[in-house]
Design a protein around this ligand. Sequence first.
Ligand SMILES: Cc1cc2nc3c(=O)[nH]c(=O)nc-3n(C[C@H](O)[C@H](O)[C@H](O)COP(=O)(O)OP(=O)(O)OC[C@H]3O[C@@H](n4cnc5c(N)ncnc54)[C@H](O)[C@@H]3O)c2cc1C
Length: 302
Amino acid sequence: MCSIVESLIYVVGEDRILVNELMSRHTTFRIGGPADVFAVPQTVGEAAAVVRICREQGVPYYVIGNGSNLLVSDEGYRGVILQIYKNLSEISVDGETMTVQAGAMLSVMAKRALEHGLTGFEFASGIPGTVGGAVVMNAGAYGGEMKDVLEEVTVLTGEGTTATVPVSELELGYRRSVIPERGWIVLGAKLRLQQGDPETIRARMEELRARRVEKQPLDLPSAGSTFKRPEGNFAGKLIMEAGLRGFSVGDAQVSEKHCGFVVNKGAATAKEVCQLIREVTVRVRENSGVTLEPEVKLLGEF
Ligand SMILES: Cc1cc2nc3c(=O)[nH]c(=O)nc-3n(C[C@H](O)[C@H](O)[C@H](O)COP(=O)(O)OP(=O)(O)OC[C@H]3O[C@@H](n4cnc5c(N)ncnc54)[C@H](O)[C@@H]3O)c2cc1C
């Protein structure tokens, strides 16, 4: 690790390379042990250099945004975490086109769309992630998804080149894309929105915000919906029907407010969350015959 740290400091700068950085500081679950190295590049060139160095030295790497869909192991991550977040988050608007760097937060983009009287992005205004993470997950809510507004994405390939990929080639489906299997890192995106009435846009965002506040346990750390929505059903409903509202393993709990969320009541460990997920999966299958699949990404050894 010593030699890679030196190489990374050389390209990114000492204050942007953290050693043994606790991942609990970078995930909305507030869970996760130390990453060997945590890199925060300031430019696309620096991000490409981090990837090149990792590949040359045979060190695993993993990209994160806001960490809002991640469960990181208590043992952390052996390798380099590359964070694309506020460090790479420029947004520009030209007519009905919004061009963003991958670290831009969806909430900030939604606010910018509103300022420009652009409609089509209201659905994403309350999703607490970066656009990079949202593209990878084809994030969606309240009848909208990234697929509806994306035009193209700029990626860094595993070979270290950049490429512009039209949305039709991303194979966006329910909470999936080809990006992870191709080993791409999202650097930026171009979105196509439409002119709309600012008051209507504002009212829709406010309505969706109120629905989240009413239904979701936003006062406790979580990673949002823990499970994918099973075909023709809802994970939260199946979990509730299995009698698991409030079911806990240590400080990990099926939310009392919304059974689709697992929340961290204070000092939950990744192990506890994992055990809870396993137990919920077994009991829901016994009760309904449906096998739930996690939506949350697991990182590290479990
Ligand atoms: C309270 C709450 C509510 C939520 N509500 C919703 C919702 O309504 N709808 C929804 O879809 N999701 C929801 N989520 C989940 C989450 O916010 C989204 O999945 C979000 O898009 C993840 O973005 P992120 O930047 O946090 O990604 P991260 O959690 O950091 O990463 C998620 C995945 O994307 C990859 N990734 C991240 N950035 C990049 C990049 N630049 N290039 C390549 N890969 C990358 C990571 O490797 C990882 O596999 C919610 C989460 C919370 C905590």
